[in-house]
Every structure is written in structure tokens, then in C-alpha cells.
Design a protein around this ligand. Structure first.
Ligand code: EPZ
Length: 431
């Protein structure tokens, strides 16, 4: 299995192109099941999860064409990977366990299949490293649209009424990105009007709403926690450019905070980074936006401690929690980090501790004692965002770090080591 070798202590200097958002591209791909016509997506990132989703959609009957090998770095300021999907017919309404268990986002075919075919058989995703990851809110939303849900041998069987899904009232008692996306996609083809209350407001949902609207859906309230969808009888094909990845952007902000230097992030969308920008500014990262380029430097002196509570958007994103914890080891003073979204998202703590960090965990709160110099060590990636936090730690550590199980990283970061090496980091992948 691949590993990353990193020698820390080098400031970053250079330009990094931010790719399309994984967590936008995945639901956008599923939306293609809602129409027989061609859906074209630009700026699709080169990630393992995209390949997994492509396999899943192909076994449902979608024809896909995907540019395969990324052009050399820097060859095109905005090289854009184009993915076309065409689900003229649905060959299977079953999302099999072997695919769903490797990627939880597979559950996002539930709403489209139910809306398009009136039936869906989707494997329960099972838990993952960061939590049990139930899908009860997804199922509640489908039932609110008239579906009958039964569970059988680890699969969800969903059946729409004879006349198809009917618009209804969906009120999420907890904010869920995926459940909001499934409800939104299913409601587009339900007869009548659907109201989704306490909807998630992440920018990726705004991106999905933009594609669905371009396909002919009638959606009101984009960006708010109340979405109104007036169902239509069919949707057409459309073309859409995937929104920039705000978590990839935030991860490079954290890398700079660790190493110092100056980087330019091209294609970033600072307007989708609300609470992250505010936290980074407080901690000591300077960001100036000029003509679509985000110029990033670090203020002189030590980093400033910051208490963090993860919350649904526009609060501080849970997907940036591990990265912030890592740089806060370098702040002069203590920071309290509370993880309110997932029940087990501190698995980077023991690995950071191996590198010299002093972090105490009590329940959902981790207290980071700073400033503690980090030392390189062999460490292990456990989940996607924990992986990148170990890369960030290694970039600022004294000596060499080896990170194993970096297949986690490849699920969500496109060519990370190439982008960092191009900015002067001593980082290489060894097979
Ligand atoms: C999406 O996951 C993202 N994944 C996650 O990113 C992200 O961390 C998460 O939203 C929160 O922002 C994709 O978009 C592909 P949720 P999702 O439903 O939709 C509970 C990454 O690193 N819940 O908003 O699965 C759930 O257990 C990944 O890129 C229920 O209880 O997250 C969690 O505690 C990790 N019942 C909370 O809600 C349900 O039916 C929020 O989960 C659904 C969720």
C-alpha cells in the first residue's frame, strides 16, 4: 500500500489550483439518474470516490465518459475534467453492498431511483471510522413523499405509490446534508409541492439546486433552511460546472498556517468558507483576494489559540476540524475543539500525539495545549480528513514522517503531494 514520506520545516511558495468539490460532484452525478438526457459536468475532481460513484451509476445503466489521466500540473490554469452521464434507461434499481459500503455517498441514488423508476433497493451503508452514519432521515423523507420502506437482509427496499411520489412536508429534526440532497432530488419529480424544513445549507446543496434548476426543476429557497419544490413530470439534460472545493481550500490554508511562506490559491471560493476564514484570520493567517486568486501568508509571531465548535453550515465545518486541531498545536496557549456532528471524529489525536502534540480528550471536546513543537514519526491515516491533518503536521514537524494507509487521502484530495511538492514541500509517495 502507498505511503507518503515527508520531511518537514520547509515554507510553501507557489500557486495551487483548487479542484471541484468532491461533496458537490457526488450528488451532481446522482442527479443524472433523474433524466434520460445527457448531463455534462465540468471541473470534476480526479478522486477515488468519483470513480466509485461512476462504477455505481454504470451498473444502474448510466453511460459515462470520463477524461481519465489528469494533464501535467500547471499545464492549464484551469484544466477541467469533463464527465458526461446519460441514463437513457435504468438497468438495475439495486445499489449493491460491495459498492455502498466503500462509499456512503452511494446512498444518494435512493431519491433519484425512487423518483425515476418508482422503486429502489439500496444497501444500508453500514458505519465508517467517524461514526455509525445512520440513514433514518433519508428514509423518513422518502416516506413523507409517499414511499413504502421495508428493510430486508441489510437492504432498504423503497417503493413509490402506483402514481409515483407525491409532494409532502419533510421536517428534519437534525440537519443532514445527504438526507437534504436525497429529498431534494426525489421531490423534483414528485407530483405536487414539497416543503423541506431544517434543510442543510452547505454550498454543495446550492450547487445541486443549480443543476436541478438547469434541468427544469422548480425550486425556491436555495441557500436557506426551507426549500419549496414544485414537482414536474420530467427533467431535461443540462451542463454544469462543479463548485470549487471549500474543504480542499481550507486544508491548504491550514498547511500554510503550519509552514509559513506564501501561496496563491487559484479557483477558490472564499465566499463559501465563512467560519473557516474567520477562524484562520483569528489564528494568524492573512488572506487577500485579487482577481480570483486568494493570496495567503502567515502573520509574524506565534499562532493565536482559538476555540472551535463544529456546526452545520454556515457554522465551522466538521470536515475542517482535524486540520484546525493540527495547526492549533502551534498556537501559544490552549484551544478547545468541540465536535458536535460526528460521534468519533478524534482519531487523528493519537497519531498527532505520536508526533509530540499534547491533546486531552473529554467526550466531544479536545483541548489542544500549545505551543508544542512536532517531531516526524511513522503515523497511520484513519479517515479522509484525519489523513490530511497528518500531512499538515508532517509539513511543520522536525525530521521525517511516514504516513501509511493513504488510500483514505486519495478519496478526497486530488494529487495532494504533487501540488505541495510544486510549492517546495519535501513530500513524495512511495509504493
Ligand atoms: C456529508 O456527509 C459529507 N459527505 C461529509 O463529508 C460531511 O462531514 C457531512 O456531510 C457533514 O457536513 C458528502 O457530502 C459526500 P450528514 P453526510 O447527513 O451527508 C447524522 C468528508 O470528509 N445523520 O449531514 O453523510 C449523522 O450520523 C465527508 O468529505 C443521522 O442521524 O452527513 C451525523 O451525525 C465526511 N441520520 C449528522 O447527522 C441520517 O439519516 C450529519 O450527517 C443522516 C445523518
Amino acid at each position: 500500500m502507498d505511503k507518503l514520506h515527508i520531511i518537514g520545516g520547509r515554507p510553501l511558495h507557489g500557486r495551487i489550483v483548487i479542484g471541484g468539490a468532491k461533496n458537490a460532484a457526488l450528488p451532481l452525478m446522482c442527479a443524472a439518474l433523474l433524466t434520460r438526457e445527457k448531463v455534462t459536468l465540468d471541473n470534476v475532481p480526479y478522486l477515488a470516490d468519483i470513480t466509485t460513484m461512476a462504477k455505481l451509476l454504470m451498473q444502474h445503466g448510466a453511460a459515462l465518459s470520463l477524461q481519465d489521466n489528469p494533464p501535467p500540473l500547471g499545464s492549464a490554469p484551469h484544466y477541467s475534467r469533463r464527465l458526461t452521464l446519460e441514463a437513457t434507461h435504468i438497468a438495475s434499481i439495486t445499489a449493491p453492498y460491495d459498492l455502498v459500503r466503500t462509499m456512503r455517498a452511494s446512498v444518494l441514488v435512493l431519491g433519484p431511483l425512487l423518483a425515476r423508476e418508482g422503486r429502489a433497493k439500496v444497501s444500508l451503508p453500514g458505519g465508517c471510522a467517524i461514526g455509525t452514519r445512520p440513514i433514518d432521515l433519508h428514509l423518513m423523507a422518502m416516506e413523507a413523499l409517499g414511499a413504502r420502506i421495508t428493510l430486508e437482509e441489510g437492504y432498504v427496499l423503497a417503493e413509490a405509490p402506483a402514481g409515483g411520489l407525491k409532494g409532502g412536508d419533510i421536517h428534519f429534526e437534525k440537519v443532514s446534508v445527504g438526507a437534504t440532497e436525497n429529498a431534494l432530488m426525489a421531490a423534483c419529480l414528485a407530483s405536487g409541492t414539497t416543503c423541506i424544513r431544517n434543510a442543510a445549507r452547505e454550498p454543495e446543496i446550492g450547487d445541486l439546486t443549480a443543476l436541478l434548476t438547469a434541468m427544469g426543476a422548480r425550486i425556491e429557497g436555495a441557500g436557506t433552511d426551507t426549500l419549496i419544490i414544485h414537482g414536474v413530470t420530467s427533467l431535461a439534460g443540462a451542463q454544469h460546472r462543479v463548485i470549487a472545493d471549500r474543504i480542499e481550500t481550507g486544508s491548504y490554508l491550514a498547511a500554510l498556517a503550519m509552514t509559513g511562506g506564501e501561496i496563491e490559491l487559484e479557483g477558490a471560493r472564499p465566499d463559501t468558507l465563512g467560519a473557516v476564514i474567520e477562524a484562520m484570520d483569528h489564528i494568524g493567517v492573512k488572506m487577500v483576494e485579487e482577481e480570483g486568486i486568494l493570496r495567503v501568508t502567515r502573520r509574524a509571531g506565534a499562532l493565536t489559540p482559538r476555540d472551535i465548535i463544529t456546526e452545520p453550515y454556515p457554522g465551522f465545518p466538521t470536515d475542517m476540524q482535524a486540520q484546525l486541531m493540527t495547526i492549533l498545536t502551534q498556537a501559544e496557549g490552549d484551544s478547545a475543539i468541540s465536535e458536535t456532528i460526528f460521534e468519533n471524529r478524534f482519531m487523528h489525536v493519537p497519531e498527532l500525539t505520536r508526533m509530540g502534540a499534547r491533546i486531552s480528550v473529554s467526550g466531544h471536546t479536545a483541548t489542544v495545549h500549545g505551543r508544542t513543537p512536532l517531531k516526524g514519526a511513522p503515523v497511520m491515516a484513519t479517515d479522509l480528513r484525519a489523513s490530511v491533518s497528518l500531512v499538515i503536521a508532517a509539513l511543520g514537524a522536525e525530521g521525517e514522517t511516514t504516513i501509511s494507509r493513504i488510500y483514505h487521502l486519495d478519496r478526497g484530495y486530488e494529487r495532494l503531494e504533487e501540488k505541495l511538492a510544486a510549492c517546495g514541500a519535501e513530500i513524495k509517495r512511495v509504493r
